[in-house]
Design a binder for this molecule. Sequence first.
Ligand SMILES: [Zn+2]
Length: 133
Amino acid sequence: MDYTVSKSEDAWREELGPEKYAVLRQAGTERAWTGELLDESRAGVYTCGACGAELFKSGTKFESDCGWPSFYESVRDDAVELLEDRSLGVVRTEVRCANCGSHLGHVFPDGFGTPTGDRYCMNSISLEFKPAE
Ligand SMILES: [Zn+2]
């Protein structure tokens, strides 16, 4: 897939720094309950930590008790890219930013009680939060 924002891995490494690079570009996972945005509850929009594209609205964030910021839907269907991930010996659905291809987290069909039933389980470090003005 061709992304709107495309950079060499060296350029990403330099721009993001080691912690963000490990998650966004190498599909790492931050430790549960450590993310800065876990308890963020203000109104606003969550953007991609690599390219700044808008990904999630605050109104779709919910308490999932999984240790990572969770949303029940993205701002638009085409804001994220979904890919099959078999890396842990189970089939999961990886979520990437559709604008730059950076790894955000996974989506699971267990967003119980939400309008979609989906749980976009996102690494806090993959996101930036922009409070509403
Ligand atoms: Zn992005």
